[in-house]
Design a protein around this ligand. Structure first.
Ligand code: NI
Length: 179
């Protein structure tokens, strides 16, 4: 399919509340997810939300089948297409972790997220997804679903001194991408 342009922070389209998908397994929905998959792969992203390519629908993808070069220390998260997601924190425990975003290229920030969550939603065919996860997997899901309510990770940060350029914060990472 097509590698699409990724909108960057400052674009008002990233601030919208996304609409739920009402009909599953359509050609248009398959085409959207194919474009998102190609766009995420081209950018070595850990996840991508439809609003990031200007499509205001509740569709996110995340995960990889192998180690992500942008997050070489991160555990593998299963490749997932998640539609109309609902997140339920399982307790009050927050955990700080470094995040980047393809819409905020070149930067990383330390972001508190719920450590343990349940997430529910649907796949491309309208079949239910219901998982209980923790740690990095939970972080990725929270980050991507935030895109569906117009939130970018800097707005979740508590300490803006922990926000900076990836190449400065992590000089040994050797990331070749712009993020
Ligand atoms: Ni993002």
């Amino acid at each position: 399919m097509t590698v699409r342009e990724i909108l960057k922070m400052g674009d008002a389209r990233l601030l919208r509340i996304a609409e739920p998908v009402v009909v599953f397994d359509t050609d248009a929905l398959h085409a959207l997810v194919a474009d998102m998959t190609d766009t995420m792969a081209a950018a070595n992203g850990a996840g991508l939300a439809a609003p990031q390519i200007g499509v205001n629908q509740q569709v996110v993808i995340f995960g990889t089948d192998a180690v992500n070069p942008r997050y070489p220390e991160a555990p593998v998260v299963p490749r997932t297409i998640l539609i109309n997601p609902v997140i339920t924190p399982l307790d009050d425990e927050l955990e700080d972790g470094w995040e980047g975003c393809l819409s905020v290229p070149g930067l990383r920030g330390l972001v508190p997220r719920n450590r343990r969550i349940r997430y529910q939603g649907f796949d491309l065919f309208g079949d239910a997804i219901d998982r209980t996860v923790e740690g990095f997997h939970a972080r990725v899901v929270q980050h991507e679903c935030d895109h569906l309510i117009g939130r970018l990770y800097p707005t979740r940060m508590r300490d803006l001194t922990q926000f900076g350029f990836t190449e400065v914060l992590f000089p040994g990472l050797g990331v070749a991408d712009d993020d």
